[in-house]
Write a protein that binds this ligand. Structure first.
Ligand SMILES: Nc1ncnc2c1ncn2[C@@H]1O[C@H](COP(=O)(O)OP(=O)(O)OP(=O)(O)O)[C@@H](O)[C@H]1O
Ligand SMILES: [Mg+2]
Length: 290
């Protein structure tokens, strides 16, 4: 289906520049992919299950140009770099269908038959948790971020919604906000407010990697305390940003002292002093659980 021109890159990622959509008796095919159920809906995209030759994939359907993503045709360099990403804790891409005459870009990736690590309600509290081994999931996240940072890529939207459980481990997904940052400096605010680092509230230029480290701190806080560290609920949006800006985070007194020190090191106001990946890996709490 669909006579497409494909280029093969390293990592087996195919870039296809022609899309053919066929609707056959209520079944939709996007090129060779038979579209099945819905997996998730986001602000600019839908993710569906699809199948080809008895193999399942997840297909992310991104509305073109509403958001410039790593997959955007203007970001060929990033796309090439993405093609080198090959890590056990990061979702593997299979094909990108990017037809300039079509209003959507399709990203076909490996399908993970499971859930995100946990669900948070609109008040900022965990309502469902699928965590089995809290440390192992956090370790998987740190390993994924280490790999990205070593390749000068920042994810910029690390949060439980973008972390899927994969057996005993995790897979980081959703590279819609990610960026290649050879010089380390970013000028645009991306991600989700509850996960914004303090510098987003005070500055207009940011170091890339510490943004991800802050988000890892927020994820660790949620995993441990089953709630967001900063909650909008009740107060105004300004008072919410002020809490983040002043780094006013409550850590219960009976918290293990090593864990407290790790949380404080990640949820550190000054991005230059915030722990980086190797400091996390060498932290006593991390080592104690490894
Ligand atoms: N590879 C996958 N396998 C299984 N489920 C997936 C996969 N990718 C995404 N999903 C499901 O779809 C949801 C949305 O995916 P994703 O986070 O990539 O899109 P999004 O949040 O809509 O992105 P954006 O913010 O860029 O619009 C995920 O939370 C997850 O439940
Ligand atoms: Mg997402």
């Amino acid at each position: 289906m669909g006579c497409s021109i494909s280029f093969k890159f390293l990592n087996d990622l195919k870039i296809t520049d022609k899309v053919t959509i066929i609707k056959d008796n209520k079944v939709t095919y996007i090129n060779q992919y038979k579209i099945l159920g819905l997996l998730g809906v986001g602000t600019t995209s839908k993710v569906k299950l699809c199948k080809v030759n008895d193999k399942f994939y997840a297909i992310k359907m991104i509305k073109r140009f509403k958001k410039i993503t790593i997959y955007s045709p203007n970001y060929n360099l990033d796309m090439k770099v993405y093609n080198f990403i090959n890590h056990k804790n990061i979702i593997k891409m299979h094909e990108i269908i990017n037809d300039p005459t079509h209003n959507k870009i399709y990203v076909i990736m490996e399908y993970i038959n499971s859930k995100t690590i946990l669900k948070i309600d609109k008040h900022g509290f965990v309502i469902k948790s699928f965590l089995k081994d809290k440390f192992k999931y956090f370790k998987g996240l740190i390993e994924a971020v280490e790999y990205l940072h070593n390749n000068d890529i920042v994810h910029r939207d690390i949060k439980p919604d973008n972390i899927l459980i994969d057996g005993d481990n995790i897979k980081l997904i959703d590279f819609g906000d990610s960026k290649l940052i050879p010089d380390g400096i970013l000028k645009d605010t991306k991600g989700t407010p509850a996960f914004y680092p303090p510098e987003y509230c005070t500055k207009n230029k940011f170091l890339g990697k510490p943004i991800d480290m802050w988000c890892c701190g927020v994820v660790l806080y949620i995993i441990i305390f089953s709630r967001l560290p900063f909650i909008i609920s009740g107060g105004s949006i300004m008072s919410f940003y002020n809490k983040i800006k002043n780094c006013k985070v409550h850590i219960p007194q009976n918290t293990d002292k090593d864990l407290k020190s790790l949380l404080k090191g990640l949820l550190q106001k000054d991005p230059n002093k915030r722990l980086n990946v190797s400091q996390v890996k060498n932290h006593s709490w991390f080592k104690m659980h490894s």
